[in-house]
Design a binder for this molecule. Structure first.
Ligand code: ADP
Length: 365
């Protein structure tokens, strides 16, 4: 059980600063995901918490105690690596027992911990096999077991699902989430996969170029992204963005697109946006808020479909906006086809608004 606190943590390699002042408080027993594009610094951050990288600047606290200068073993943290790093010449049992043997833990205690971990991970039947006789998913579980037997204060995971095929990833995702609940230990997990982060985390820390962009629950990041980076990183298909200029038209505030569409801003947002009359903003709408139009629609686009993706439950329809590609979600019953003209309804009450710097404008709703 442990809290982990990062205070103005920086990391440089030579002259290159790859982490630029990270402040973060992780609660005891929280499941935290670090997410961001390749090269944003998430693995470096994780490795600094583990003690595998030195900290250039700032303080790292575990349970309020500064641990910058402690070795990985002293920090009492266990890490599960992307490639699992199992010893190929040892059986599963030996792999799991190894760290405890190094620490001269009593044999009976080792046996008990290995048995318990194997039971929790449902790998009891595999204990006498060597890693090469295991599937990817089984190896992944053994790597987890090896971390679990140490009863660490904190678990760190460095993209542990990236070597698994898509279906197995979904299963293991659910297993790890379930395990996290049962183990009641602080967990920090690195991934570049936003679906993994959305489905598993209590809170997500989203990084770009060594800077935290936003910290929050999956719902918060999805519904209230702080900036364009978060808005477009979280959610698949990506949020649609429209460059619009605000104008007044017959008493309504309207968002004018570069293609001449005039979209009535919803009353929920109009009061706050009216002070920006004449300004050019970015309006974001998630695909589920762009659907087939009805007689009640007040903000519609007449589009020509450039791509149609039927998924069974929903169909995604893509179209060009003049500034890029956009996507809506329609019912499969309307059976759209590439090249069709379609009236799409923009659910303007769900629009996100960003200023010229890409920062979200907070809307009262
Ligand atoms: P991520 O895990 O988000 O993909 P990393 O933390 O691995 O990113 O890397 C962050 C940045 O630091 C990258 O630009 C990477 O090239 C750089 N970097 C990582 N390790 C080293 C190193 N040992 N020496 C120099 N640069 C490094």
């Amino acid at each position: 059980m442990a809290s982990v606190t990062l205070k103005n943590i920086k990391k440089s390699y030579g002259n290159v600063e790859v982490l630029r002042g990270i402040d973060l408080a992780i609660d005891d027993r929280e499941f935290i995901m670090f997410i961001g594009p390749s090269g944003c610094g998430k693995s470096t951050l994780l490795r600094m918490i583990a003690g595998l990288e030195t900290i250039t600047h700032g303080d790292l606290l575990i349970n309020e105690q500064r641990v910058n200068d402690q070795s990985p073993a002293q920090r009492d943290i266990a890490m599960v690596f992307q490639d699992y790093a199992l010893y190929p010449h040892m059986t599963v049992r030996q792999n799991m027992a190894f760290a405890l043997e190094e620490r001269k833990t009593a044999r009976s205690e080792i046996n008990e911990r290995v048995t318990n971990a194997a039971k929790m991970l449902r790998i009891e039947a595999l204990l006498d096999r060597k890693p090469k006789a295991l599937s990817g998913g089984q190896r992944q579980r053994v790597a987890m077991g090896r971390a679990m037997v140490r009863n660490p204060k904190v678990f760190l995971f460095d993209e542990p699902l990236s070597n698994l095929d898509a279906k197995l990833r979904i299963d293991v995702r659910a297993e790890i989430k379930d395990l996290a609940k049962r183990l009641q230990t602080t967990m920090i997990f690195v991934t570049h996969d936003q679906v993994e982060a959305m489905t598993m985390a209590d809170r997500i820390v989203i990084l770009n170029e060594g800077v935290i962009q936003q910290v929050g629950t999956p719902e918060m990041l999805y519904e209230h992204p702080a900036n364009l980076f978060v808005a477009t990183f979280i959610g698949a298909p990506t949020m649609n963005l429209f460059k619009v200029t605000l104008a007044e038209d017959s008493g309504h505030l309207v968002a004018c697109t570069s293609q001449g569409d005039r979209l009535i801003v919803s009353s929920e947002h109009a009061d706050q946006l009216r002070q920006r009359l004449g300004q050019t903003l970015t309006m974001g709408l998630r695909p589920e808020h762009v659907g087939e139009s009805t007689e009640q629609s007040v903000a519609t686009l007449n589009v020509r479909l450039s791509l149609v993706e039927p998924l069974g439950s929903d169909t995604y329809v893509y179209f060009e906006t003049g500034t890029g590609r956009a996507v809506g979600r329609v019912s499969p019953q309307c059976k759209p086809r590439i090249g069709d003209n379609m009236h799409l309804d923009l659910h303007m009450q769900h629009a996100h608004w960003f200023d010229q710097y890409g920062s979200a404008l907070a809307m009262q709703s």
